[in-house]
Design a protein around this ligand. Sequence first.
Ligand code: GLA
Length: 758
Amino acid sequence: MITSENGVFHLKTKNYSYLFRVNEWGVLEHLHYGAPVLSEDAGALACKPGLGWGTAIQLAEGEPKSCLNALALEWSGSGRGDFRETPMELRDAATDFRFESSRIVTGVVPMQSALPQARDAAHTLEVVMAQKEAKLHLFYTAFDTVVTRRAVLENCGEEPLEFSKLMSFCIDLPGCFEMTTFHGTWNAEMRLHRQAVTGGAVVNETTMGCSSNAHQPGFLLSEPGASENCGVVYGFNLVYSANHYASAQKSHQGLTRVMQGINPANFRKTLAPGEVFETPEAVLCWSDEGFGGVSRRLHDFVNRHIVPKAWQFRSRPVLYNDWEGCLFDFNQARLLDLAKRAKKLGCELFVLDDGWFGARNHDKAGLGDYNVNKKKLPNGMSGLADKINELGMTFGLWFEPEAVNPDSDLYRAHPDWALTDQFDPLYCRNELLLDLTKPEVRDYIVQSVTGVLDGAKISYVKWDMNRPSVAVGVKAHEYILGLYDVLRRIFEPRPEILLEGCASGGNRFDLGMLCFAPQIWCSDDTDPIERLTIQENLSYLYPQSTFGAHVSAAPHSMTLRNTPLTTRGNVSFFGCLGYELDLKHLLPVEETEIKAQIAFYKQYREVFQFGSFNRLSDGEKTLWQVSGDHLHIAGLYHKLVHAAPGYERLRLTGLKKDRRYHVTTRQQSIRVGPFGALIKHVSPVNLNPNGMVLRTADRHMTMPDGQENFTASGSALHTGVMLMPLFGGTGYNADQRTQGDFGSNIYVIKEEPLHEGN
Ligand code: GLA
């Protein structure tokens, strides 16, 4: 609900109140974003500057309440007495927009540009601010768990209007905060950083042309002392995939100014008379239930209002992707062999990754030419797709439509379609981006991709993009508008195609892409121990239903770490499960394990993909819990083990304290091979640790590993129930967890039905 009474605007749902007012000078004063309050609380919540602060400028002399620098504001400008960072910059001019009018409309106000936006809200408030010949439209949309904001600048005058900065929102929150941001690089996405917000601005920004693995656009502000489940935390994000900028800065008066929007670096745009410029939609979320509370609210928002409607709460298939298994080395026979194996294991979707078109036999050629390589696939794409569909699996395909290799027919025909600057071309992975600001380039991409999609039975697309851009400023923005246009034209008429975003892994994991692609490939690093960090940190901002999470070979190609197959599965369960390794070389014991993993995941995938997510990790171990109405699943992961380990408890959250729960471990077994010479402790004969007998046994035999099976009350599970001991060097039996480094378990916790009398 949104109300506007006596100059007080109130966005209110059962989860929050967002309150601001127009003061007597037409300035928008921020009053409150937090727990639900009444509109009548406005006066009590407002800043009270009293006699003001020393040398401050006042809009009205002798009126400290008109001192912009000392007020909590909803928007600001430059040169008029507010010397904190400004959310907008007009060329060589001060800015002083004052309230003109407002209106409340049903639903969302659609974007006029190609920018994507959240959908299905009840109401939107538009506040119009004016300054001379320009108008600023501030939009506020109230979703159940978040508020979204954006700004639109309109040139109402006769002269061109030039600006160099326009944020999507600006807000002054009373109080002290710590800012949590997520930085990284290829293969090492989402490293968490937390720092105090003080007088100097803390900035989170990128100029790579994509939202980037270097600086994820989503961030959090928490009150000192906030924990996973308690305390005030704000979450912010942008429905945008190009250069972003956010800053937080605390003023002397104890107000923290936060803003986010398109990165102003090199940005300079001129609006012709009558023209408007709209900023991407920003998402603001509040919770007093700590980081976990704000994450769950953001997850709910993404699942309900961001991902395409056709995929809202729709189960994602278990996929097999041929990339890590084959790279560029495949033909139809090899793919069909892999598909048969994948089908036997339980996979539902077969994805053919890079290498199927043009001269794409390595990453130096072919990008841009989406004609099927008939040497590899003599029956064309439809021939392959039909065969895969006949096997009982759906079929998906990889594209990298935004890029071109100079060694390609496309580049030879249209060298001018490449995105360049005035200097020599700069290559990355032997490729250039195409200039998506050109309509003919967009048309080519739409035609070439839809030609393939409509010529074969294809139900999934992996849309990749593998290099940073050379576009700066406005050009980077116009490029991304071009991309949104292309995605809309290809996928809106084909809503049944599941689109997975990818940019060398997680180089473009953002809300803009999620408006088109319900899931995104988190990282090329599928080492499960690395994924514990990547997936856990993504979970601060995005739900598990958006994570592409695959089991791959060990030792891992990025880390050389050798992890048990059980753990690789147990980590990938918390996302959209897939397999990406050469299935031909699996041992019988591995096939059995993968079959069991897929069957288990299918049984519980609703709760894995859409259940509410809890981070319960501590310094020693990672613990994740997903919850449905009567079912909870926990994943417990160890890194390096210690000798003589102590007791370990399973401590859960969100259960009904007075109900009973049945707890079981997902059945796991352990390989014989890794025990090497230790096998003498359990074998009646003296086996050669490197001999044939043990190697054969390792292919076919496993030993049972500790499996819990007990009931406990919700209260006991909250307190922490004792788990079977970890291996302690004192022998083997099936009543302990004999796992070694990187071991893990999955626990299924089912609420027991109520019987009469309890
Ligand atoms: C990128 C992606 C990978 C794979 C390759 C193919 O690196 O992140 O998953 O698709 O491209 O070239």
